[in-house]
Design a binder for this molecule. Structure first.
Ligand SMILES: [Zn+2]
Ligand SMILES: [Zn+2]
Ligand SMILES: [Zn+2]
Ligand SMILES: [Zn+2]
Ligand SMILES: [Zn+2]
Ligand SMILES: [Zn+2]
Ligand SMILES: [Zn+2]
Length: 1770
């Protein structure tokens, strides 16, 4: 079945379970089984007359009883019992019989005596890593398992790593598979190893051998009979159960047509099961291939069957369902168990394995192809998936592991090949579960492939089978794929696997040929030529004129075929070139095939004769633009390839008499390739526009690296072949004629006429001329094919790389993509790359790049034949720029070329033939006039290039000619001095060039023309020298030339230097201006985008107000605090650009902000998310399992401007949703929007508030005790007032209110209504995000949650700064600074938006935790409170109480200091209670200091209260250090909090990292350096409080081990450690099984980077319901692990996945790089990958900075396809 989330396939299986619970189980294994004796049974069988009959009788009785248990469901206990019963009752007697003794002992003995073959044979699980050595593997299918690889020599070689698709086994120990190092350490043969030739059966005792034969025959036959059994209600003879109970199963089978959804839906209807059960059935069907879905009587099952068939048969073939008798199913089950058992038994002994092989392959009574193995194979496509998997596994364990029988099996396989493939075509299962997939195991063994080719004619068989299955032909017998149906397309897909088999057979070339092999190979070649003939000329096109074509013709099928065959064609050529005889014969046959294709080619075409400049040639009339033309010419191209091979192997020169060269007609040879090339030219010229995209795509692939080797490249070769055998003038005349340009060059007035004609035609012709010149350049200049030019393959690859790198720097993978691959996935790149390029390392982003070394620039050829037009112009630009930078001239002359092979030597004559000179002359003549559309620059450039090539050729020939040589025949310099002949009666080419040299309209070409003229002079001097004197002194001409060049160079250098100086001056001026600008617009600049990018710029920004250290003793809390408040704060709205002062009563200004849940600091990921209705946020547990983090991009707007903007976004979104119904990257309904300036994801705004006023120095500072008393009184007063309000009149003694404290006072709001509204907005957003509830401003928790996010954000940032070793102040980027400051000020004011009573009640509770009066279980104990949260909440809620105090005698600041003191003591108590200080005696230098003494005293107090719950610690030094380290994070966070609350500048010591932090921190917080003094100075009071804290029952409970104890300092969370080598991860993931579907391998194992959990992602089996929606394992996990946010590594894909909520996610590059500095997302390239720690740290930092959601937002904005992915299904 098809899977929905991604198109995977689904199916059903072997294990029984039925849905109907009200049927009685047939009969359970009961006590009689216990009395059963396997030994006795075996003894009885030993004496049996007919063993098979006795065994069958036994099976007939027991199998249905054990394996027909009815509706057992998916119950693992039942399964285990069943398993056990099978072993004891059915298999054990067989084992006894086989071994003649107790099985365990017998098997151990067998194993001991076994001398195993050195093959590893480990069968790969799905997803397991496999390794292949790129240097030593015989072919890429040779792989090693991880263990073998690590123990092999290849781990130090260049290797590839891939993940197995399942099936296949380790090739360790197979000497044919490896050129070197075939054995790993474990499998290296030792002296005791058996000689492979020896028969392992001979080592077994004779009686065992005999019994083994009969048992294996009986059991294997039994299994085969039942698996191939096709009756639903009957059993084979001898197996009829003695007491037949008529129960049935309704068995559902897998297919690849129906989707999971369809099956699940149908099952729910048909068998009345729950959705969950249906999913489980469907999953099993997918995995096993079949599954019983109902158990009961025949009618009952039949009814379900008909519903299923009816329901699924509407649109397609219905699902296959069978009602089967339960005993049939039971025996089939046991048959599978038997096969598994056989597979296990033979592992103990190679002898047993050999016997099983013999039994399996023994011919049956029906003769040919009747062995048991044959029967299995031939029934393969009828079996269900589970059965196939099991018997394939057995084949691999037995036949494929036995070298002798592997051959016999291979022969059987080859004999049945056609039939198996035909079955596979009809079967709808994937290939991995088809027996045909075994071909890779057999055909890739070179000796085996060769043997099968010779004995079974395998090559021809494969090709003929292939051709037979492709039945779509046109009238000429060519393939025709248009209008083919989906069914045919499916078949076409299947048939392609045959090409894969052919590839295996041909993958290794023979080193020696026998006559038989020659014969069979050539026979195969004949079959192959038949195939190519069907392709020759397929999909012809005709130019569409007038109307555009109506329907795009089908083209992909033909190209798919071409693409698949490309490596085969190349391999056939490689085979041919290893044997002279084969090559000659192949050439003959190919030629005759081609002439068959050509027959009829010239017929009906009118012969014409062309003449020009005294040359005359016969050809026929044919125009590409008017007649049929096809891109597919595989026969021609194969011939071209073979022709080149004749030259490479020198067969052509050694035995020319054996070659049919005389039969060749060069004009015919070039005809079809030329047409094809002209077609491309015409398409470029825009003449085929009306033929649509199908043609454009074909042309694209024709040149593409995947096809070009056997398409475009070979066409060029064929033209070279033709041209080398023809008169060059004739060749060019035919070319001109096919380009439909002959008339233009043949008479002058035609040209004139045509210039006046239609502009389109002029342009068309210009392009065609350009294309033709380019083609001529390629025919003469493309010599980097061994055989055409005198080059080695090394040169070929090097040239490709040089030209790729001439475009720009490239990454390794880009280069690989640009090169054609061979069978070994090798491009030859590695051998070459270091010789031409240097490597640039990748940074934290980006990838490693190669850069061409400058000395190779001179090899650059602008007309390199593999450049696309875009490549060409990019390369040209890059090269000119480079030359200008180096101060060189910008001419791009042709590079020096390698010499041609002798067979192609005459190609150079094209350069100096009359026809080319005429063309050159004509173009140069046109160029004299400035262009008016009559010629183009590219045309001229190409002509100049051709002239340059000719001159280089002449120079080269002159240099190489020795003195005695006859005169160099190539004399271009002489020819170009001749004046032009008619029809262009102009000056000579040389004269024209000289006159063009200074033409103003040809400035760009000046350098090139100059280069040409210099060459001419140079060559003339050389000629004079060689003809005049034979001395080889340096010619003065050359010397002079040198000096001229030097002078030129010097002049250019000077100019370049001047230019550089000028540039520098300008740059300096600009940067000056910039600085000025920045100073003037500081505010603006700080908010600029760039600043955002550098997220943690460390530059201390002195500009921010309040940060300048002003005096020595800065204090931020308490009556001595220093306020920095009185500065006016001016900000600018990013929307309306107006400036505005931040004031309490002014227009509200807001900061865009994003509030999110966070678990980054969590110390307890097992705690589930709070129930939103009952969650009490007043006390935070120190495990910080959930936090609320607020971030901002720092962009400020007017509240009104923002509201208008947000409304506009909403409206736009509504309209868009109506239209497109898609998602966006942000969720407007949840208040999300993108910051209008920087597009940062935001979901609310924080109001900007003015800072706290400076402290009033006139008031008193009451003592702690006094303050506590007053506060207690105030609380009591409020309490009774509130009670009065609720209870009505209940009169009570009113407690005495403290002086000036007025319960009925209503404080005046200090904020304007717009600010109040914004305070409310932010409070409610926080509420909504935290609780996922609808906003409710009556909920008393609203203000607490605002304090919550303030405290948590400060805490997170403190951790970040600590972990990154940054100073506490001054290192935050200003957006974070602004965010914290506005967040804190907002939090201090948010109580004003809530009813006073609410805040008061919160304060009462918080205060009670610090100053407990009686035992109260509602208040958590001191161990279970996070102290920073307590501090922030208490300080901020106190304001609401203080606001009623009108006496004005004490300030709020004293209270803050008292609260801080109380909490510090509480925290120290908390730390001491939870510390695990073991009494390690450390040397102490000093006498116990005061701190240490006091700490000891405090600890003793605690022990007094709690006794033995606390360990004894005597070292005060240790205790004090423990306290100091543990309390530091709290002090730092508190300092941040008061800093932002009171705007106090921090002391200088805290602006830098370094020593003195502790002292500075304490003094900033108005604390003594010896914190214990806080406790000591109020000793009595504190002792009392400590007593009360310790008495809380929670303390004892926790210390005795109830719940998680958090210890201080809390360690920062990190992402999990990842292994250095990626394959370790793959290996781990491959053994990971889906936790839900009983041991099944997970398809998409995914690792949570936060907690290390492995998940079964993207799969039905592991979907869970979250808030009423089914989500995949990853999304579900994020809700338990990351509060909705998750970071994962998808192991199979090598991809990092970020998800946020249910609908958002993105992929991120993984932190693994290969040696070329690149990631491998999707694991496609297979290079070894290693962890890049910097990149991993970057991801970790992103997470700890709460930046993931923002990354997702940006990614989705940048790439809208990400929005359409169903992230929740991952
Ligand atoms: Zn292995
Ligand atoms: Zn091995
Ligand atoms: Zn190797
Ligand atoms: Zn504004
Ligand atoms: Zn912004
Ligand atoms: Zn699963
Ligand atoms: Zn996790």
């Amino acid at each position: 079945m098809r899977r929905q989330p991604q198109t995977c396939i689904f199916v059903l299986g072997g294990k029984m379970a039925a849905a109907e619970p009200d049927m009685e189980p047939a009969s359970a294994p009961c006590s009689e089984f216990l009395n059963f004796s396997a030994k006795d049974t075996a003894a009885r069988w030993l004496t049996a007359v007919d063993l098979q009959q006795d065994v069958f009788r036994h099976l007939a009785v027991y199998v249905p009883r054990i394996l027909c248990l009815g509706p057992t469901g998916v119950n693992s206990r039942e399964e285990q019992r069943e398993e056990l019963a099978c072993q004891l009752l059915l298999l054990a007697p067989l084992e006894w019989l086989l071994l003649g003794e107790e099985p365990a002992a017998g098997l151990a003995r067998l194993q001991e005596n076994n001398q195993p073959s050195p093959l590893c044979g480990h069968v790969f699980k799905v997803g397991e890593p496999t390794y292949s050595c790129r240097e030593c593997a015989a072919d890429p299918t040779c792989v090693l398992c991880m263990q073998c690889f690590l123990g092999s020599v290849h781990k130090d070689h260049r290797y590839r790593m891939t993940t197995s698709g399942g099936g296949g086994f380790c090739d360790c120990g197979d000497s044919e598979a490896w050129k070197k190092g075939p054995y790993c350490q474990k499998h290296t043969p030792t002296d005791t190893s058996r000689d492979t030739e020896e028969d392992p059966v001979a080592q077994l005792p004779a009686d065992v051998v005999a019994r083994c034969f009969s048992i294996f025959s009986i059991m294997l036959r039994y299994a085969v009979d039942l698996l191939t059994w096709d009756q639903e209600d009957e059993l084979p003879a001898g197996l009829k159960p003695p007491d037949r109970a008529d129960t049935f199963y309704c068995m559902l089978f897998n297919d690849e047509v129906h989707t999971y959804e369809q099956v699940i839906y149908t099952l729910q209807k048909a068998v009345n099961c729950s959705q969950k059960e249906a999913v489980s059935f469907a999953t099993t069907v997918d995995r096993e291939g079949r599954k019983s879905v109902r158990y009961g009587d025949f009618q009952f099952c039949e009814q379900a069957k008909s519903i299923i068939v009816r329901n699924t048969g509407r649109q397609s073939k219905p699902l296959r369902v069978q009602v089967m008798h339960s005993s049939v199913v039971a025996h089939q089950c046991f048959a599978l168990k038997t096969l598994t058992w056989l597979g296990q038994i033979i592992q103990y002994s190679d002898g047993l394995r050999r016997i099983l092989c013999q039994v399996g392959l023994q011919q049956g009574p029906e003769g040919e192809n009747s062995s048991l193995v044959d029967r299995l194979m031939l029934n393969d496509s009828k079996m269900w998936k589970g059965a196939r998997n099991i018997y394939h596994q057995l084949l691999m364990n037995s036949l494929l592991m036995d070298l002798e029988y592997k051959k016999i099996f291979a022969i059987q396989f080859a004999k049945n090949y056609r039939r198996l493939q035909t079955d596979f075509m009809e079967d709808d299962h994937e290939r991995v579960v088809s027996v045909t997939s075994l071909s890779v195991q057999l055909f890739t063994v070179p000796t085996m492939a060769r043997m099968l080719m010779v004995e079974q004619n395998l090559m021809s068989t494969i090709i003929r089978t292939f051709v037979d299955h492709l039945r779509h032909r046109d009238l000429q017998g060519r393939f025709q794929f248009d209008r083919y149906t989906a069914q045919q397309a499916f078949k076409f897909g299947r048939v392609q696997s045959l090409i894969g088999d052919l590839k295996y057979v041909l993958i290794s070339r023979p080193s020696e040929w026998t006559n038989q092999l020659r014969l069979k190979f050539l026979e195969g070649l004949d079959a192959f030529l038949e195939l190519l003939k069907c392709m020759q000329g397929m999909d012809p096109v005709v130019r569409q004129v007038g109307q555009h074509i109506e329907m795009e013709p089908e083209w992909e099928a033909a190209f798919t075929l071409q693409m698949k065959l490309t490596p085969i064609i190349s391999m056939i050529q490689e085979w041919c070139c290893t044997d002279e005889h084969v090559l000659i014969e192949a050439y003959r046959r190919c030629l005759s095939a081609l002439s068959q294709c050509h027959s009829g080619l010239p017929d009906g075409e009118q012969p014409i004769s062309l003449s020009l400049a005294g040359h005359c040639v016969e050809t026929f009339r044919y125009q590409v633009s008017q007649e049929k033309v096809s891109i597919h010419l595989p026969v021609c191209r194969l011939l071209a390839g073979l022709h080149v091979l004749l030259s490479r192997t020198e067969v052509a020169s050694r035995v020319p008499e054996q070659l049919p060269l005389g039969e060749l007609s060069p004009p015919l040879l070039i005809e079809l390739p030329l047409r094809c090339l002209v077609l491309c030219a015409q398409v470029h010229a825009g003449m085929w526009r009306r033929n649509g995209f199908s043609l454009i795509n074909q042309i694209y692939y024709y040149h593409n690296v995947k096809c070009r080797v056997e398409m475009f490249d070979k066409d060029i070769n064929m033209l070279q072949v033709g041209a080398s055998m023809m008169d060059p003038n004739h060749f060019l005349m035919i070319v001109m004629s096919r380009f439909e340009l002959f008339h233009i060059f043949s008479s002058a007035d035609v040209r004139k006429r045509y210039r006046e004609a239609n502009k389109d035609v002029v342009q068309q012709n210009n392009t065609l001329i350009e294309e033709m010149l380019h083609l001529i350049i390629m025919v003469i200049g493309e010599r980097y094919v061994s055989g055409v030019g005198q080059v080695a393959p090394f040169d070929e690859v090097r040239r490709e790389i040089i030209h790729q790198l001439s475009i720009r720097r490239m990454a390794h993978s880009e280069l690989v993509k640009a090169l054609p691959e061979n069978g070994n996935k090798e491009t030859g790149l590695e051998r070459v790359i270091d010789s031409v390029a240097s490597f640039k390392e990748p940074g934290v982003t980006g990838r490693g790049l190669y850069e061409l070394r400058p000395e190779w620039n001179k090899h650059f050829n602008l007309y390199f034949h593999h450049y696309s037009r875009a490549d060409q112009s990019k390369a040209e630009e890059a090269q000119r720029k480079l030359r200008r930078q180096n101060g060189e001239d910008t001419a791009l002359p042709p590079p020096p070329l390698p010499p041609l092979s002798s067979l192609f030597a005459s190609l150079v004559n094209l350069l100096q033939c009359d026809m080319l000179l005429a063309i050159e002359g004509a173009v140069l003549q046109w160029a004299v006039e400035p262009s008016g559309g009559g010629w183009t620059e590219s045309m001229l450039q190409r002509v100049l290039h051709l002239v340059g090539m000719a001159l280089l050729e002449e120079q080269q020939q002159l240099e190489n000619s020795s003195i005695d040589d006859d005169i160099v025949t190539f004399n271009y310099t002489c020819k170009i001095t001749r004046p032009g002949e008619s029809p262009s009666p102009s000056g000579s080419v040389l004269a024209l060039l000289e006159s063009l040299q200074n033409a103003p309209h040809l400035e760009v070409h000046k350098d090139m023309i100059t280069w040409i003229l210099k060459m001419v002079t140079n060559i003339k001097t050389m000629r004079e020298r060689t003809s005049a004197t034979s001395s080889y002194t340096m010619s003065p001409g050359a010397g002079q030339e040198e000096t001229v060049r030097d002078r030129d160079k010097a002049e250019r250098k000077r100019k370049a230097e001047m230019a550089r100086l000028r540039r520098e001056k300008i740059m300096a001026q600009m940067s000056e201006m910039q600085k000025h600008f920045i100073n003037e617009n500081k505010e603006l600049f700080q908010q600029s985008l760039e600043e955002l990018e550098a997220s943690t710029s460390t530059a201390a920004h002195s500009s921010s107000p309040g940060l300048v250290p002003t005096c020595v003793s800065q204090v931020c809390v308490g009556p001595r605090r220093v306020g920095g408040a009185d500065q006016r704060q001016l900000v600018t709205c990013i929307l309306c650009q107006e400036e505005q002062e931040v004031k309490g009563h002014g227009r509200a200004m807001v900061l865009a902000a994003f509030v999110q849940r966070s678990t980054v600091l969590s110390k307890n990921r097992h705690r589930s998310l709070p129930n939103p209705e009952r969650y009490d946020p007043v006390f935070q547990h120190p495990d910080l399992s959930l936090g609320i983090y607020t971030a901002s991009c720092g962009h400020i707007m007017h509240a009104t401007c923002w509201q208008r903007y947000f409304e506009a976004v909403q409206v736009k979104e509504q309209r868009r949703q109506q239209r497109l119904r898609g998602h966006t990257s942000y969720d407007v309904e949840n208040g999300e929007f993108l910051c209008p300036l920087c597009e940062c994801l935001s979901n609310t705004v924080i109001p900007l508030l003015p800072s706290t006023p400076s402290p009033d120095n006139s008031v008193d500072h009451p003592s702690l005790e006094a303050w506590i008393n007053t506060t207690n009184q105030q609380i009591a007063t409020l309490h009774s007032a509130y009670r009065r309000q609720t209870d009505g009149a209940a009169e009570e003694a009113e407690p005495e209110a403290p002086e000036g404290f007025r319960v009925d006072f209503t404080p005046q709001s200090s904020f304007s209504s717009s600010i109040s509204e914004m305070i409310n907005t932010f409070s409610l957003s926080t509420y909504k995000v935290t609780l996922k509830l609808n906003p409710n401003d009556a909920d008393p928790r609203v203000p607490v949650l605002s304090w919550f996010t303030c405290a948590y954000t400060i805490q997170s940032i403190e951790r970040l700064l600590m972990d990154e070793d940054k100073p506490l102040f001054g290192s935050l980027p200003c957006r974070q600074d602004d965010c914290l400051s506005s967040l804190t000020r907002f939090s201090s004011a948010c109580w004003t938006a809530a009813p006073l009573k609410t805040t008061h009640t919160h304060f009462f509770r918080l205060f009670k935790a610090l100053v407990p009066d009686s035992q109260d279980e509602n208040t958590p104990c001191v161990i279970d409170i996070d102290m920073l949260h307590l501090l922030v909440y208490t300080v901020l809620s106190y304001s609401s109480v203080k606001s009623l105090d009108q006496c004005g005698r004490s300030g709020v600041d004293s209270a803050h200091l008292h609260i801080l003191h109380l909490i510090i003591v509480a925290h120290m108590v908390q730390i001491l209670l939870t510390s695990t200080t073991e009494d390690v005696c450390m040397d102490q230098d000093s006498e116990g200091s005061e701190e240490e003494e006091l700490t000891c005293r405090l600890y003793d107090t605690l022990r007094k209260h709690l006794g033995s719950a606390l360990p004894e610690v005597t070292s005060g030094w240790q205790l004090w250090h423990c306290v100091k380290a543990a309390i530091l994070p709290f002090l730092r966070a508190a300092a941040l909090f008061f800093h932002y609350l009171n705007s106090t500048a921090p002391p200088a010591d805290l602006l830098v990292a370094g020593p003195g932090q502790w002292e500075a921190l304490c003094s900033y917080l108005s604390l003594p350096c010896n914190l214990l003094q806080v406790y000591q100075s109020q000793h009595t009071l504190m002792e009392l409080l400590i007593h009360r804290w310790c008495c809380h029952p929670g303390v004892k409970r926790s210390l005795q081990g109830g719940g998680v104890i958090v210890r201080f300092p809390r360690e920062s969370n990190r992402l999990i450690d990842l292994p250095e080598d990626y394959s370790v991860l793959i290996y781990q993931a491959s053994s990971f099984t889906c936790p839900r579907s009983g041991g099944d391998k997970s398809r998409a194992p995914t690792l949570c980077l936060v907690c290390g959990a492995m998940l079964c992602s993207q799969s039905y089996c592991c979907q869970t319901e979250v808030d009423g929606e089914d989500v995949g394992a990853c999304t579900a996990h994020t809700f338990t692990c990351g509060a909705g946010l998750g970071l994962f590594l998808r192991v199979r894909e090598s991809q990092v996945l970020f998800v946020a909520g249910k609908s958002k996610g993105c992929f991120y590059p993984p932190p693994y790089l290969d040696n070329y500095g690149e990631t491998d997302q999707g694991l496609k390239r297979g290079n070894p990958l290693h962890l890049c720690r910097e990149r991993y740290r970057k991801i970790e930092r992103l997470w700890r900075q709460h930046g993931i959601a923002e990354v997702i937002g940006h990614a989705q904005e940048a790439n809208h396809t990400l929005i359409t992915i169903d992230w929740q299904h991952l």
